[in-house]
Design a protein around this ligand. Structure first.
Ligand code: NAD
Length: 498
């Protein structure tokens, strides 16, 4: 069986006799690898290496680092299919979906190639008599990325290309459930010219995360994962004087207005609720239908559309989506389906009991749709993170908006309508970080920034785009004069502008 180690200073390493975690192929349920789980000592060594690489990397010119990023983009493109296969094998998502996520990550590297433009400061001539002022943005030092299982290529690429292009060094702690793709992406970054010590991978679990959060040499932490862990990482990291951006879970609502185009709405709901087995932080998990006629029509069309979906392993080119990632996750989702029934929601499509020939041990679950879900139910309140869609009925737009806004999570939300006035009101008033109008999964492109509101983001900065550059740099402002007149002697009162 394959063993996945850490990659520290460019060397594959792991402690003899150290803890190991299992990595499964979710389509078969068979363990395919062991991954080393770093101890606090191994974390300390990785931080030492990243810290000592900072001086050389940060003193390079921004264009030198951007050229490395450009070579990296080319290498990622060349290896995109290999990376997608690594994602699919350990995550379970279909190959086209995995390839799409690699491509969205490459777009962040493309953005990083232009970072010299964003590191430029602002200049003011003559802020005082013979005094000029300018500011620049400087790197922070060692930055850390802790990432979830559901996007093992894209989410790490939201982080380290931006941090590196800004002059920081980096330690990536990917999900221990699908660690092969991030490991390979870091090898490729070294091949592109990132110094080995400037980008490191440590595999691990809570022990590794806690050691990273405790060490004063780590200056900033980017986290993506579930909300309880995001909140924990935010509090522990900031208590230890680090910058932290911690993105959490989601319960994304789609409001369906009576005038929305039925076919487009149903297609959008099917793709966004069930694509990647619902394991996307921007998946739509709640459809708020305005009016009973809208709800009945959308429900019936959804039942028909989802009955035609093909669930299969990533090796099946016809599969619409694959298994969920772990047995634990499968059991948890089925637990939510049972809870929904107990609490009185109407299960109108039941995906339980799927068994695929040759893949009997896989973690497959067909589409589950609940109608008549109400806001007091557990399946409405909690993130399920699986192929389960809840239909909630609202009597009018205001009630639908209120529901979305009162939910404690605020990652994304969408509205489907042909009414520009309602859509504009929604964009202005939805209490979420990312809104879509007739776009079900409004994931910002790399030159904008990704992040939610409320319990979906702890911290002040979203990821990548201009917010990412602000997060990974600190501001320095210079005030400069070259006096050529008489020395006026010491000044005891605060100087004011004249
Ligand atoms: P998770 O919170 O279980 O794990 C995320 C990371 O935290 C992993 O690297 C894991 O090793 C580490 N971790 C787990 N438990 C820990 C603990 N007790 N202490 C310290 N570290 C710990 O999340 P997951 O199951 O890997 O990913 C799914 C979650 O991520 C979902 O909630 C999903 O919505 C969320 N997500 C959010 C976004 C976003 O942009 N907001 C994007 C992708 C995924």
């Amino acid at each position: 069986m394959e063993s996945i180690e850490h990659l520290i200073g460019g060397k594959k390493t792991s402690e003899a006799g150290g803890r190991l975690g299992p990595v499964f192929n979710p389509a078969t349920g068979i363990q395919i690898a062991d991954v080393a789980l770093a101890s606090a000592d191994e974390i300390s060594k990785a931080i030492e290496i990243a810290d000592s690489a900072f001086s050389e990397w940060s003193s390079r010119t921004p264009i030198n680092r951007a050229r490395v990023m450009y070579r990296y983009k080319q290498l990622l493109e060349k290896h995109a299919e290999e990376l997608a296969e690594l994602v699919s094998r350990e995550h379970g998502k279909t190959l086209p979906d995995a390839l799409g996520s690699v491509q969205r990550g490459i777009e962040v590297v493309e953005f990083a190639c232009g970072i010299p433009q964003l590191l430029k400061g602002e200049y003011s001539s003559s802020v005082g008599s013979d005094v000029d002022s300018y500011n620049t943005r400087k790197p922070l030092g060692v930055c850390v990325g802790i990432t979830p299982f559901n996007f093992p290529a894209m989410v790490p690429l939201w982080m380290f290309p931006i941090a590196l292009a800004c002059g920081n060094t980096f330690i990536l702690k990917p999900s221990e459930k699908d660690p092969s793709c991030p490991f390979r992406m870091v090898e490729l970054a070294h091949e592109a010219g990132v110094p080995p010590g400037a980008l490191n991978v440590v595999n691990g679990d809570k022990e590794a995360v806690d050691a990273l959060l405790a060490d004063s040499r780590v200056k900033a932490v980017s986290f993506v994962g579930s909300s309880p862990i995001a909140e924990y990482v935010y509090h522990l990291g900031t208590a230890n004087n680090k910058r932290v951006q911690a993105l959490g879970g989601a319960k994304n609502h789609m409001i369906v207005m009576p005038d929305a185009d039925s076919n487009r709405t149903v297609d959008a709901l099917v793709g966004s609720a069930f694509g990647s087995a619902g394991e996307r932080c921007m998946a739509i998990s709640v459809a708020v239908c305005v009016g009973d006629e809208t709800a009945n029509r959308i429900r019936d069309d959804l039942i028909t559309a989802t009955s035609k979906l093909k669930i299969g392993p990533y090796t099946d080119p016809e599969a619409d989506y694959g298994p969920v990632n772990t047995k634990h996750q499968l059991d948890k989702i089925i637990g939510y389906v049972e809870k929904g029934e107990q609490e009185g929601a109407k299960l109108v499509a039941d995906g339980r009991g799927v068994s695929l020939q040759g893949y009997e041990g896989g973690y497959f679950l067909g589409p589950c749709i609940f109608d008549h879900v109400t806001t007091d139910m557990t399946i409405y309140q909690e993130e399920i993170f699986g192929p389960v869609l809840s239909i909630v009925r609202a009597s009018e737009y205001g009630e639908a908006l209120r529901m979305a806004n009162e939910h404690p999570l605020g990652n994304g939300a969408a509205i489907f309508t042909n009414n520009g006035g309602v859509a504009r009101h929604f964009v202005d008033h939805a209490q979420v970080g990312m809104v879509g109008v007739n776009v079900p999964i409004p994931v910002p492109v790399a030159s904008h920034s990704f992040g939610g509101w409320k319990g979906s983001l702890f911290g002040d900065h979203a990821m990548h785009g201009p917010e990412g550059v602000r997060f990974y740099t600190k501001l320095k402002t210079a005030t400069i004069t070259w006096p050529d007149g008489e020395n006026a002697g010491p000044e005891f009162s605060i100087p004011v502008l004249s």
